[in-house]
Structures are given as structure tokens and as C-alpha cells.
Design a protein around this ligand. Structure first.
Ligand SMILES: C[S@@+](CC[C@H](N)C(=O)[O-])C[C@H]1O[C@@H](n2cnc3c(N)ncnc32)[C@H](O)[C@@H]1O
Length: 274
């Protein structure tokens, strides 16, 4: 159980939370599995140094925050997370402190942290520019800001899955209706420039999986889980029919066992010094 040091914000329910994936236990299982697949390369990208004071914005289940705290000696991590359900399910670690709050308004003085990062967050927020400006504000001069985000048009799977492509188009429309952006990965350089960063570095974190490779089934399963987490919302918003959704998911289920199947994706990353 994670420690909540400030719980005076409204409890977020699925109904009033624009977070597209929600916090059902099945979604938390998916997020934990995604962490197992992606944390190693992302922590190396962060280049955590001993003694760093670090902030994760949108810390979810704290699995990444714990990996960051373990990356070097004497590292302290604060995780800001809006959802009390995520904090309640978060990994307990004496080096990680969870604070309930909104990424748009970080309750820390200027220059409080050596490293401030967010992963899979900007795609969900109403005003990513404001979030990034807040992340920059609470970073000390000479400290770093780093993010990793999604652009769902970068999914490539083979053999082609046209029904699945239709579901992802609907997913992106639904996320936009919630105020998010399923394509935000492509905007990272522009966003960083807009909040005043100059020496910005872009990179990608690849996902390359094929039938028989160790991560293939888990990766395709994660793609299905993404869609399932948004199923009820997409249906309620009327962006896709139940039949079309089922057809897309069934295609992916077949891909899992297709001996010729492969799946490629890249996460978009950006980092800059304050
Ligand atoms: C996809 S999860 C990623 C969690 C974690 N960063 C990771 O990489 O595993 C996104 C998290 O951001 C949280 N979130 C969404 N909007 C937020 C906001 N405005 N402020 C703080 N947290 C937010 C969600 O509740 C969710 O736990």
C-alpha cells in the first residue's frame, strides 16, 4: 500500500476521470505488465545519479518510481498521482513518497528536483504544455526533464489487421473527446520548445516483437488490454460498434498465435536540461 500524504482532492471515479484506461484491477494488471516490459530501457534513459531528488509526474502504481529509486544510491523519488485508487495500489518503498495531486499544478517550490520525468502521462492531460511548464519550473537550474509518450500511428503489425486499425482510429477519437491526444509523441519537440527548453534531445524506445520472441505474446496482449480498458467508454461515446470492436480484438487474438506474426512500435522520448 502506498502512502498518501495529501488526500483532500475529490476521489476520482471512472465516470468523472478523463483517464482513458481507468483504474480497474484488470487495467492495473496490464499497467504492471507494461512496466515489466518497458522499465529497463527507460530507467537507463533517465541516467539516474546517486543522491538525486526525483519527481515522477503521473506515477501510477509506483513500479517505475521504485525502479528509479533503485537505479543509484540515496535516490529519493516523489510520485505525483491524481488517482487515489492508483496510490492505494502503489508499490510501498521507503525511498518513494506518493502525493495525490494534479500534474497541471505541482505543489512544490521552483527548483525542487534534480530530475523530473513523466511517462505515458502527457497523452492523458487536458493541457500538456502547462504540465511540462510545471515540470520545468520545479526542476533546479542544470537539472533535467524527461518524458516518454505514445503515438498510436506508429503501431505496425503483420500480417495486416485492418479491423484492429479501425479500432485504433476510434480509440484516438475517443481519447481526443476526453481531452487527451493519442498522437502526442510526435509533438514532444514542439512542446518542449514552447515552454522554453532549447537544447532538446529526441529519441525512441523500440518494441520489436515476433512470434517466438520472448515478449511477443505479452506485447500483443498489452495492445488488446489498451483497447479493453477503453471498451466501455468507446461504446458509450458511440465512436465504434460492439461488433467492430470485437472484430479488432479477435484479429489481435489470432495474431498472438500466428507463427508469421510480428509487431513493431516505438515510444517517443524527449529530454532537456533546465
Ligand atoms: C498510463 S499511467 C502511467 C503510470 C506510470 N507513469 C508508468 O509509467 O507506469 C498514467 C497515470 O497518470 C495518472 N494521471 C492522469 N492524469 C493525471 C493528472 N492530470 N495528474 C496526475 N496524474 C494523472 C493516471 O491516473 C495514471 O495513473
Amino acid at each position: 500500500m502506498g502512502r498518501v500524504v495529501n488526500d483532500d482532492t475529490e476521489p476520482a471515479s471512472r465516470k468523472d476521470d478523463p483517464y482513458i484506461h481507468g483504474t480497474d484491477p484488470s487495467e492495473q494488471v496490464r499497467l504492471a505488465a507494461l512496466n515489466r516490459m518497458t522499465n529497463g530501457p527507460f530507467v537507463r534513459f533517465l541516467d539516474v545519479r546517486p543522491g538525486m531528488r526525483v519527481l515522477e509526474v503521473g506515477s501510477g502504481l509506483g513500479i517505475l518510481a521504485t525502479a528509479v529509486a533503485s537505479a543509484a544510491n540515496d535516490v529519493e523519488v516523489v510520485g505525483i498521482e491524481r488517482s487515489p485508487m492508483q496510490i492505494a495500489a502503489a508499490v510501498a518503498d521507503p525511498r518513494v513518497r506518493y502525493v495525490q495531486g494534479d500534474a497541471h499544478s505541482l505543489d512544490f517550490p521552483d527548483g525542487s528536483f534534480d530530475l523530473v520525468y513523466a511517462r505515458y502521462l502527457l497523452e492523458h492531460v487536458a493541457d500538456p504544455e502547462r504540465v511540462l511548464a510545471e515540470m520545468r519550473r520545479v526542476t533546479r537550474p542544470g537539472g533535467r526533464v524527461a518524458v516518454c509518450e505514445n503515438d498510436v500511428t506508429l503501431f505496425r503489425i503483420d500480417p495486416p489487421c485492418p479491423e484492429n486499425d479501425l479500432v485504433w482510429s476510434a480509440f484516438a477519437r475517443y481519447q481526443a473527446a476526453l481531452g487527451g491526444d493519442a498522437l502526442i509523441g510526435r509533438r514532444l519537440h514542439r512542446l518542449f520548445r514552447s515552454v522554453g527548453f532549447t537544447a532538446i534531445e529526441l529519441s525512441v524506445q523500440p518494441e520489436v516483437h515476433w512470434h517466438g520472441s520472448p515478449g511477443y505474446v505479452a506485447w500483443v496482449h498489452n495492445i488488446i488490454g489498451n483497447l479493453e480498458s477503453a471498451r466501455n467508454g468507446m461504446r458509450a461515446a458511440g465512436v465504434i460498434s460492439e461488433a467492430a470492436l470485437n472484430a479488432g480484438v479477435e484479429e489481435l487474438e489470432r495474431l498472438k498465435t500466428n507463427m508469421s506474426g510480428s509487431a513493431v512500435f516505438v515510444w517517443n522520448r524527449a529530454t532537456a536540461t533546465r
